[in-house]
Design a protein around this ligand. Structure first.
Ligand code: FMN
Length: 265
């Protein structure tokens, strides 16, 4: 587009001045053409994005299909996501809220789940770590695209014991252990080199160590759920949403008591 404008509006040179004026005109025309092309391109991208949608047909979720305990339902869906080769099925978005009410979210890896809740590991001094000191209410969400499924969890977070954190840290690859020592997670650094120098220094410190100790500012968290929603995409946006809400008290079998409700999509 710009090349065409340049070719058709390039006049015969008459003098250096005229040449300069002509060149400026050519550049201006080319710039205008490029701006117009970018605007057209941007509009086309915008339209293409607006048109992106899938019709969800994988399956349905009915009340009678649900496990009585939500963690069993989660286990069922998680195993199905693993079996379906979902990419990193244990990747989950963790949302935290600061003391001043500002939310932030990021992906972390689920590292364990059970009747108590959902576990992950991170740096206590990170943005999320500092949020979780101030505000224990967090949310998790999983999205398993190939199955048109989402799981949304709300709950209260607590730190795992040092023993549990150490046990998991010791199971990590050595490179990740050194990385945890090198990274001041969420802090501003001047450049990549600074991180590499910190990593080299940490590798040097532990070069003769058979066991790399867990950094004091790194460890695990447990999210004890109070709400778990299972979302199954359905055609025409008429999705199935079944939500378990924790009730006070236990069932006759000594299990957690949950109220199941269906929500509008
Ligand atoms: C797939 C994936 C998995 C991740 N897993 C973790 C994790 O388990 N723990 C962690 O601290 N950060 C993990 N991260 C990095 C976080 O998303 C985030 O960048 C980091 O924890 C800093 O977040 P913060 O500054 O909000 O505290 C992961 C990122 C991705 C994309």
């Amino acid at each position: 587009m710009a090349a065409t404008a340049a070719a058709t509006s390039d006049p015969e040179p008459t003098s250096d001045d005229a040449n300069a004026v002509a060149a400026a005109a050519v550049i201006a025309a080319a710039a205008a053409a490029a701006t117009a092309a970018a605007a057209t391109g941007q509009a086309a991208v915008h339209q293409a994005v607006a048109n992106m949608r899938l019709n969800y047909t994988y399956g349905e979720l009915n009340e009678e299909d649900l496990a009585s305990q939500p963690i069993d339902q989660f286990d069922r869906w998680f195993r199905e996501a693993v079996a379906a080769n979902v990419h990193e099925p244990n990747g989950m978005t963790l949302a935290t809220v600061s003391a001043t009410g500002r939310p932030s979210s990021r992906v972390v890896l689920l590292k364990g789940y059970g009747v108590d809740g959902f576990q992950f590991f991170t740096n206590h001094g990170s943005h999320k770590g500092s949020d979780m000191v101030q505000n224990k209410h967090v949310a998790l969400s999983f999205w398993w695209g190939p199955m048109d499924r989402q799981v949304r969890i709300e709950g209260v977070v607590e730190r795992l014991s040092e023993e549990e954190s150490t046990a998991y840290f010791q199971s990590r690859p050595r490179g990740s252990q050194i990385g945890a020592h090198a990274s001041l997670q969420s802090q501003v650094i001047p450049d990549r080199k600074a991180l590499e120098l910190r990593t080299e220094a940490a590798a040097g410190r532990f070069k003769d160590a058979e066991v790399i100790e867990k950094p004091a500012n790194w460890g695990g968290y447990l999210v004890r759920p109070t709400v778990i929603e299972f979302w199954q995409g359905r055609p025409s946006r008429l999705h199935d949403r079944l939500r378990y809400r924790l009730l006070p008290g236990l069932t006759a079998d000594g299990l957690q008591s949950w109220q199941v409700e269906r929500l509008c999509p």
